[in-house]
Design a protein around this ligand. Structure first.
Ligand code: ACO
Length: 311
């Protein structure tokens, strides 16, 4: 049953009016945004782990400084997005509890291991590249706080993508062994990167409604296609081979034809059975537990200040 209010809301969306935190909104719209923004925030937070793995082993001081800055940016994006979700009436504590218990989803990509330094290049190039492809249109999302958050996030993501590509460039212009680890990283990260865009359109549960509400601007398959079209020439420039025997330029559509990702692997990762799901959750839980003394200290300090103020 759509009410008069729902109609008015839809008209507002269709006119391109941004929805703000205090505006009336249908419960479904609120829930969809909380789901998407919190999953996005969790992805940024968990996304620190695969790269954090290499901070102590970066090959030079310069690479280490860049990587450290990038991982800190991801933390910032996470906090920014938790704040955007909080404007919709969920607390940061609730979202944290959902992540730590394993109830919340976060991007499948962060459940894969970073085995070599070339993986840090591939993550920046492909994973952040895919993230930008998905997030640039979200700058036009109908929900104001989310769309504005995306502007800054996208600027930082494009720096991340370039630093990843630069690592790949350096490796590909290096020794045979360096080129070989770059190719190996591409082989392992290509398909999981394509899965970041979500299931194919026919299996996407939320796309239709989310597009009607202006939350999403594109379908999962549209963005996946754009990503392939943008990335294949970059791989060629690097002298690397994309691990897809079905990849072929299609003159008629002005884009590449490409193979189907292994969706059974995707759904296994979503169920918690990816190569690193357990490690990632354990790491987040440990970080939370290790920080207990600090949170307790802050609470004790705040209580003391209140007592002093009341005296
Ligand atoms: N990893 C984990 N879960 C996923 C993924 C993925 N790559 N893709 C889809 N899903 C989940 C959806 O969250 C949804 O689950 P739910 O109903 O339990 O919430 C289910 O699979 C069905 O998918 P869709 O109906 O297509 O879901 P949706 O319309 O939300 O589209 C998408 C998925 C494209 C990821 C969308 O949520 C989105 O654009 N999110 C914002 C961007 C984002 O989260 N990026 C994170 C990675 S980038 C980074 O952090 C660096």
């Amino acid at each position: 049953e759509t009410s008069e209010k729902d109609h008015e809301f839809q008209e507002k969306i269709d006119r391109g009016v941004r929805i703000e935190a205090n505006d009336w909104m249908p419960e479904g719209y609120r829930k969809t945004l909380i789901r998407q923004i919190s999953q996005h925030a969790h992805s940024e937070i968990v996304g620190q782990l695969p790269e954090g793995n290499w901070i102590t082993r970066a090959p030079s001081l310069q690479r280490k400084a860049i990587l450290l800055a990038k991982v800190q940016d991801e933390a910032g994006h996470g906090l920014y997005l938790y704040c955007a979700a909080e404007t919709l009436g969920i607390s940061r504590d609730e979202m944290t509890a959902q992540l730590l218990s394993g109830k919340a989803k976060y991007s499948s990509i962060f459940n894969y291991p970073t085995l070599t330094w070339a993986d840090i290049g591939a993550v920046g190039w492909l994973v952040d590249g895919a993230a930008i492809m998905n997030q640039v249109p979200l700058q036009r999302c109908s929900y104001g706080p989310y769309s504005r958050a995306m502007i800054r996030v996208c600027k930082e993501e494009s720096f991340h993508q370039r630093q990843g590509f630069d690592i790949m460039r350096q490796l590909c212009q290096g020794t045979d062994d360096q080129k070989a680890i770059a190719q190996d990283a591409l082989n392992r990260w290509w398909w999981p990167s394509l899965m970041m865009f979500g299931p194919s359109d026919k299996d996407s549960v939320h796309s239709e409604q989310s597009m009607k509400w202006g939350i999403k601007q594109n379908t999962n398959d549209e963005l996946r296609q754009k990503f392939v079209d943008q990335t294949v020439p970059q791989a060629e420039w690097l002298g690397l081979t994309v691990p897809d025997p079905d990849l072929a330029w299609n003159e008629e559509k002005g884009g590449y034809d490409f193979g189907e990702p292994d969706w059974s692997e995707f759904y296994e990762v979503l169920k918690g059975n990816g190569p690193c799901n357990r490690d990632r959750l354990a790491a987040r839980n440990k970080a939370w537990d290790d920080g207990a003394w600090y949170r307790d200290g802050l609470t004790a300090h705040a209580e003391k200040q209140q007592t002093i103020a009341a005296e």
